[in-house]
Design a binder for this molecule. Sequence first.
Ligand SMILES: CC(C)(COP(=O)(O)OP(=O)(O)OC[C@H]1O[C@@H](n2cnc3c(N)ncnc32)[C@H](O)[C@@H]1OP(=O)(O)O)[C@@H](O)C(=O)NCCC(=O)NCCS
Length: 162
Amino acid sequence: MLRPVNDSDFEFAYDFYMDSRVNPFMSFEVMSKGDFKDIWDELKGSSFFLAFDDQNKNLVGLCTLKKSVRRSAHVARLGSLVVNPSLQRQGIGKSFMKELFRFSLEKGIRRLDLMVEEDNVQAINFYKKLDFVEEGRLSHYFKRESSPQFVSEVLMAKFLSG
Ligand SMILES: CC(C)(COP(=O)(O)OP(=O)(O)OC[C@H]1O[C@@H](n2cnc3c(N)ncnc32)[C@H](O)[C@@H]1OP(=O)(O)O)[C@@H](O)C(=O)NCCC(=O)NCCS
């Protein structure tokens, strides 16, 4: 079930985002819980910061949506998507996105776009499976503290119909 994030999700969110299987693909480095509070506030400042619960009401996923305005008011940018690293590859991400598509349409969003690092093969496969298409690349856009390499971003988008 999709719902707005609340402050009781903080601990789970911290654990998910700092996990070594997830953090390399986020826009922030591994940090202390205290420092993560600023990131948390930033994420909460998105148009929508959403949680996905399983049938037992356990938090299993998170993402943000940043809605554009005026003549692009039908556009939103998907970000900080994560599925509980211990529960990946079980179809949760797909169910999460299906609900997100319905939610987006209800909010008048018809185009979803996102940026994904070109070395994030699992996420690129995931988005392709959901019919996102590549629209271009932003070269040397992303850099992890752990590596001297700059990484390019793949811009992907999906037009929602319904
Ligand atoms: C990307 C992510 C959200 C996918 O969530 P998930 O619950 O594992 O995905 P699903 O189980 O619903 O997978 C759906 C499809 O995506 C593709 N996919 C997912 N994980 C994959 C992997 N590790 N390798 C290859 N393809 C993969 C497959 O096509 C899969 O379908 P299949 O299992 O029938 O083959 C999850 O891997 C994640 O949180 N990754 C770390 C954070 C991240 O990269 N976020 C995206 C930032 S842009």
